[in-house]
Design a protein around this ligand. Structure first.
Ligand SMILES: [Zn+2]
Ligand SMILES: [Zn+2]
Length: 232
């Protein structure tokens, strides 16, 4: 435990391959592990971006059953390997500077044309515990790099929900229901938005957020998540 902590504070070797780290920008991940973070290019649902194991279908069952309110949704990569490690280092070990190279690789991959970028918010209680919102950090750098407005104060989490881990798709939707609210409506009305989240599993959170934004008068809502997680 103590050694793990020391390694996080004073990284000497990459947590994935144990090789020495020479590039500060992506540290503690080494350059060669960082280059394994690549976009997912396999088959995925055309509506929600959920990866498929085969390319037999083009729209997933969830989207057929209940059409999402977002205009498009995409995950950059799969929640595994170096991308998973990078997200966890950012999220749980406060290595905030990793948001910069992460935003860079996302931008290089191409984003939809929008008027404003906003993150999936954390509840104030969670924000106090964690001190920052990792999705807001990524969203901020994405907005900066594309010279788009960053709007972190419009969509808010009004209910502190229990963790989604271990819940079924239906339970996740229920858990997120009415968990978000809007203030300063005028900032998003008629605007094309890019909603940013770090990890999406069933899409319950971004679906709920897109619904709230659309009902408040937003234009097209595009969703971008860093990684697509597998349901546990
Ligand atoms: Zn490495
Ligand atoms: Zn889908």
């Amino acid at each position: 435990m103590f050694n793990t902590l020391l390694n996080i504070l004073f990284p000497e070797s990459c947590p994935l391959c144990s090789n020495p780290v020479s590039v500060h920008k992506t540290a503690p991940l080494c350059e060669s592990c960082w280059t394994t973070i690549v976009p997912y290019e396999g088959p995925a649902c055309r509506r929600c971006g959920r990866p498929f194991t085969s390319d037999a279908a083009s729209i997933c069952f969830g989207c057929l059953q209940d059409e999402p309110l977002f205009a498009s949704a995409r995950s950059f990569g799969l929640y595994s390997g170096a991308l998973r490690k990078a997200i966890n280092l950012l999220k749980y070990h406060n290595i905030k500077r990793l948001a910069v190279p992460l935003a860079e690789i996302i931008r290089a991959d191409g984003l939809p044309q929008v008027d404003a970028v906003l993150p999936v918010p954390l509840h104030i209680r969670r924000l106090r515990q964690r001190e920052f919102n990792q999705s807001a950090l990524i969203a901020k750098y994405l907005a900066k790099g594309t010279e788009t407005a960053f709007v972190p104060d419009c969509l808010i989490k009004i209910r502190d929900t229990k963790p989604q881990v271990g819940l079924s798709s239906v339970e996740r939707r229920k858990n997120m229901k009415n968990a978000f609210g809007i203030r300063k409506k005028e900032k998003i009305q008629g605007k094309r938005l890019l909603l940013v989240d770090d990890v999406s599993t069933t899409g319950a959170t971004v679906r709920e957020c897109a619904g709230v934004l659309k009902r408040a008068g937003a234009g097209d809502v595009h969703v971008f998540t860093l990684a697509h997680g597998m349901q546990d």
